[in-house]
Design a protein around this ligand. Structure first.
Ligand SMILES: C[S@@+](CC[C@H](N)C(=O)[O-])C[C@H]1O[C@@H](n2cnc3c(N)ncnc32)[C@H](O)[C@@H]1O
Length: 216
């Protein structure tokens, strides 16, 4: 399996709106290629405009699996108007609410990766509740409140196959600012305490864990 994304993919990643730095993106790609060897879908919570999805999709392409990305496309709390991470370019001019779906679709099209992604528009716990099969990777990068991060974990971790990888983004052991919060860190601690996961690596705020036991 390739150790690096195909030529042009990192350009597409960097051109996309989003929050993930390059080093974490490369770590995400490496983990996705590893997990893809299981032959199961790679699942992302938190599509936004497709920055991380580009790398998951390229890994999925290399492994002959599909990337599935879930988002309601209305933005997280900290992305709403008046908040630190708001981008007025992703507001639907007619409705006056956030809609990142058109930008995401442009990102994917420009990267040539439409054929490797299933985009699900909906609330993560609701999608998880109707999801039927196992996945080889769960990447949690959705809402940053305890309510949302916990629901993402409780909804998707049960679908992760034995040997599959659980990735959690924005894990900050020390408080960073009022917007970022520490809910993903608490989910990370919970996953380790469950005895079902073993930490594989850490890159910036990205944590990679492997399912080595049952449960959550
Ligand atoms: C931090 S952004 C994702 C960033 C993206 N992974 C990237 O690399 O650019 C978080 C996304 O999660 C979505 N989100 C937040 N809570 C959600 C929920 N309960 N269900 C589905 N999507 C949610 C928001 O709409 C937002 O687009």
């Amino acid at each position: 399996m390739p150790a690096e994304p195909k030529p042009g993919i990192m350009d597409a990643f960097q051109a996309a709106k989003g929050f993930m730095p390059v080093d974490e993106g490369l770590a995400l790609y490496a983990a996705a290629v590893q997990a893809g060897a299981l032959g199961l879908p790679l699942l992302e919570v938190g599509t936004y405009c497709g920055r991380s999805t580009v790398l998951l999709a390229d890994a999925a392409r290399a492994c002959g699996v599909t990337a599935v990305t879930v988002d309601h496309h209305r933005g997280s709390e900290e992305q709403q108007p008046g908040w630190e991470y708001h981008d007025p370019e992703v507001v639907d001019p007619e409705l006056g609410v956030m809609d990142t779906l058109p930008t995401f679709r442009r990102t994917l099209r420009r990267a040539g990766l439409e054929g490797h992604v299933v985009a699900v528009v909906g609330r993560s716990p609701q999608v998880a509740s109707v999801w039927g099969g196992k996945v080889g990777l769960v990447f949690i990068d959705g809402g940053h409140t305890d309510e949302h991060a916990t629901a993402d974990y409780e909804g998707w971790a049960p679908h992760l196959a034995e040997g599959g990888l659980l990735l959690i983004h924005d894990v900050f052991p020390d408080p960073v600012d009022e917007f970022t919060g520490q809910a993903p860190y608490r989910v990370h601690l919970r996953a380790l305490a469950s005895g079902a996961f073993t930490e594989v690596s850490a890159h910036g705020s990205l944590r990679v864990l492997r399912r080595t036991g049952a449960g959550i």
